[in-house]
Write a protein that binds this ligand. Sequence first.
Ligand SMILES: NC(=O)C1=CN([C@@H]2O[C@H](COP(=O)(O)OP(=O)(O)OC[C@H]3O[C@@H](n4cnc5c(N)ncnc54)[C@H](OP(=O)(O)O)[C@@H]3O)[C@@H](O)[C@H]2O)[C@@H](O)CC1
Ligand SMILES: [K+]
Length: 489
Amino acid sequence: MIRAHAVADVREAEAALMAELPPGTLMQRAAAGLAAVCAQVLKGGLPERGGGTYGARVVLLVGAGDNGGDALWAGARLARRGARVDAILTRHDRAHPEGLAALRAAGGSVVSDPASPLGPEARRALSRADIVIDGILGIGGQAGLRADAAELAEVAAAEAGLVVAVDLPSGVDPDTGEAPGAHVHADITVTFGTHKIALLVDPAAEAAGHVEFVDIGLEPYLPEPVVEALEPGDVTMMLPYPDRQADKYRRGVLGVLAGSERYPGAAVLAAGGAIHGGAGMVRYAGPGAVADGVLAHWPEIVTGPGVEAVGRVQAWAVGSGLGDGRGADVAAALAAGVPVLADADALAYLPSRLDVPALLTPHAGELARMLGVERADVEARRWHHAREAASRWNATILLKGSTTLVVTPDGEARVNPTGSPALATAGSGDVLAGFAGALLATGLSPLDAGSVAAYIHGMAGQAAASRAGAPSASMVLDALPTVVAAMCS
Ligand SMILES: NC(=O)C1=CN([C@@H]2O[C@H](COP(=O)(O)OP(=O)(O)OC[C@H]3O[C@@H](n4cnc5c(N)ncnc54)[C@H](OP(=O)(O)O)[C@@H]3O)[C@@H](O)[C@H]2O)[C@@H](O)CC1
Ligand SMILES: [K+]
């Protein structure tokens, strides 16, 4: 599991660990890890220079705190390995003194002038840089860079090579994943001790680029994480395996209430997702012509005209492509007293609070409608709004998007690390709903069902995109069994 903590937790753990270590040890661990990642990047890339640290041009953006100190110490290490290292200081009077002395002793120079960080020499250095190390601001400041730092970030993005952020892309809000003002857009972020929430939750996570973790020994002092992301081993552990005694009922029966005469394909896709999700049996509830289409694709499914007619199930997946005027059907599924996944059109027919274990799967527009806010506001404050809805409906919310977020009414949160822009295609959500519903039927909690389904659905999206640049939902569906088999082997 990738674990992310709040700044207050990091500070407490840091204080406890520092009390046992000689001064400066943690910064040295951080700087060594940061320099190692930069050296690795230089070794692997930049073919026009032949690769390697020797002769590489590195520019440090140095703020007034320890984030800048990390950058200076890492710069000193790279300078000792032959890089040309230039530092741009936002505050000449307050740059980390020992780090600055170390950089100078290693042959690095300061190219900003005290009156303005971005003089001609600094601009020239940025325009030639192979790597820019962003140490303007880490966990110690206010989100939204101040004007001079914002200009630095902008010029670095426009002019320089690869941007490597120290601990966080400067200017994002570490504890929420929000990015309300100017901030750095990094290609790589090297983070220390634990992931910060902003490295998992969008929109800040997107500004972080690829994240590299450096262990500085904080782990034993950290509390439970605030946000998590599954790793492959976690998914393998959580996926249900049929045991020897399993019959179809014990493996879990899922009822699917999806599709309509207007959207018959949604029924086929949701039912297909359900079949690949490991339920022992899938019962489909819907009008005759739609049910016939489902049977034509999936003859193993049992169909019936409505919720009561299909009989007992261990969970319901309702809503995908259901269309308008289906409130009574949704209410009947909710009244069955079993866990429910509610997607798409069903989200409009929810009671004010759910009294069964529930997984709601809106995209940002649907969540905005549920909460009566603007879609842009949901996109800007995804975690905030997902938590708000989880608490209001007493349900786990799976908020789809570039990084899908799953939040329980108790405040547990997971972010999905897999996926592909290819998943933003019609019908892809229907597949996810069926798949996650099947996991609910096999007995997984809404949090586990939602996060495992998002993970596998994301991998199926990646697999489908590797075969066809813009795959259809059917291709994502087709890729599911192979991904599941690979996760189980
Ligand atoms: N925790 C750990 O275990 C370890 C932590 N380590 C490192 O320490 C980092 C935290 O260091 P930190 O506490 O010194 O704060 P930091 O992020 O450098 O920023 C403070 C400076 O930013 C400035 N500033 C503020 N807001 C701003 C804005 N909007 N726009 C522009 N500037 C703004 C503010 O300036 P001021 O307002 O004072 O003028 C202040 O001086 C952490 O992220 C990690 O890299 C590692 O070395 C080892 C282990
Ligand atoms: K930074």
